[in-house]
Design a protein around this ligand. Sequence first.
Ligand code: HEC
Ligand code: HEC
Ligand code: HEC
Length: 142
Amino acid sequence: MNKRFATAIGMTAMLASMQLAPAGTAGGAETDVPELPGITSPDPYPEGCVSCHKGPLLLKTMLAALKHRNIDAKVAVIPNDCKTCHSEEGGMDPMSNVAHSMHYASGSKSDFVTRYNGSCLNCHQVATGNGEVTMKSGKRNW
Ligand code: HEC
Ligand code: HEC
Ligand code: HEC
């Protein structure tokens, strides 16, 4: 079986179920349309990380607070270029683990969850036609 295809389907199903869960449609009511950025509503963060990490949330500032080394010369497109180091080839935990844990590790105490709906679709994109899942990205904004 085509591996990429299987992954896309699996992830689409997972994204859909994670999004539907809080809507509480246990009785099977189909009237509540879940908020799915880019699918059922306009997407406020079309470039993912950098669309949201602006002003006080600017990544440069947040990474500096974590005492991260300066990456200005290494990173042009985010999160793609973060992977030059944050990958198995780079000898580190993959970027997916870094991104997921930064936003979900503190569960319902996470600002990302409470203020930004915790949506997978803030960072990921699902094509409505073929269901292909892609990663949003954008140019470094500092
Ligand atoms: C030049 C290599 C390099 C690049 C590029 C890089 N990082 Fe890192 N990052 C590191 C290293 C090394 C650490 C471990 C702490 C340290 O030694 O500075 C780290 C640690 C982190 C941490 C701390 C938590 C953890 O899981 O280790 C976060 C969050 C992080 N990086 C995010 C990013 C993001 C977001 C980008 C892209 C915008 C990025 N990094 C780009 C090298 C890099
Ligand atoms: C829709 C908004 C949004 C998007 C999109 C988003 N983030 Fe965040 N991010 C947040 C918020 C809010 C926090 C603060 C989380 C908290 O304190 O609970 C955060 C925290 C972080 C932190 C710091 C965590 C810490 O402990 O200090 C890093 C690093 C980070 N995000 C990187 C990224 C990367 C890389 C991407 C893209 C792959 C991304 N973010 C996409 C909203 C967003
Ligand atoms: C803050 C941004 C962000 C959010 C929110 C987010 N992801 Fe991701 N996800 C990433 C990044 C970055 C990658 C790595 C992409 C790459 O390697 O090119 C990734 C990769 C993945 C992968 C590929 C397998 C893997 O682990 O490498 C799956 C599956 C996935 N995410 C599922 C989810 C699901 C389900 C949600 C919602 C519960 C979610 N993601 C929310 C940033 C995010």
